[in-house]
Design a protein around this ligand. Sequence first.
Ligand code: PHE
Length: 368
Amino acid sequence: MSFDWTTIEQEAQKEINQASSAEAIEALRIKYLGRQGLLAGITGSISSLSAQERPEFGKKANYLKNKLTRLFEERVSQLKEKEAHGLETFDITLPGEPIPQTGSLHPITQTIQEITAIFSKLGFVTKEGPEVENEYNNFSGLNIPLDHPSRDAFDTFYLKSPQSTVHSPQSVDKRYGLSTMDYRLLLRSHTSPVQIRVMKEHKPPLAVIVPGKVYRPDAVDASHSFVFHQIEGFLVDQEVSFADLKGTLTAFAQRLFGEKIQMRFRPHFFPFTEPSAEVDISCILCSRKPRADSREPKRCSVCGGKGWLEILGCGMIHPNVFANVGYPKDKYSGFAFGMGIERIAMLKYGINDIRLFYENDLRFLRQF
Ligand code: PHE
């Protein structure tokens, strides 16, 4: 009996390579290597051979068996690999895998960038100052008297270390009967001390914007945090008027909140500005929606029905501040303003709890 060993081998190899699923390979394996398969049939016929023919025949049958076994193994692992790479089922017309969202800037950072970009177009430069400040820059230099409540330890974080007092060459506290005093270090309670730092270092004209963190020992709730962010702005030159302040802030608010926003300046008091004002914008929620029934005004969830939202404090820089930084008397005038960034971001994005900014909850952060 003679077999065309080569043809059998080639046929099998072709079929195995064409098998494209585990089931198809298994069916072929049964066909060739199974108990009633082709190879079993071949070896079964060995009994009809003469003793001289048998060794040669056995060798060939063994070779075929080993070869086919190897081909099956190779094909199985080949298919597995293709499956892992998705090559077998790859459809080039399918849309690509979405790239998992990369990070984004924190809403506070975004708001700072938006505000500084607006002021940059108005000619302001951005400056930063330290969060650990001395009492002089945070209070005295800004014309805040020694008995002002904001200096109280209930309202300002003082640093208690023995090295935390600095001696200032200034003698502004003379006015309060002190020739000089040692100034403790503290966590700045507003960004206004950067006015003192910049003005001491630079002569007018100045137009500066200062974003940064500030600290106050407030109990944390939906609208208070012991640390938050402010943006300070100030402009100093000759013959700067309150009209310049109004124009600058109006241009700013309209760019940030929309052209239709209205502004209201309410007289206020700050020790470092005179005159001073608090600025409101018309409510960004209810002023756009005329009330259905004017006899029963609905309580607006943003302004509480008042129609106005306070956004910042401002005023004309006090002459005592200019004196404290060493500017010549009556030469310069200027304005300053300060706003809380969280409050601006909360109004802009409709956020009702300040704590959301600090909790690093991705469900909140992914919305920005
Ligand atoms: N520093 C003031 C505050 O924190 C804000 C302010 C800044 C007011 C500049 C007037 C001028 O409340």
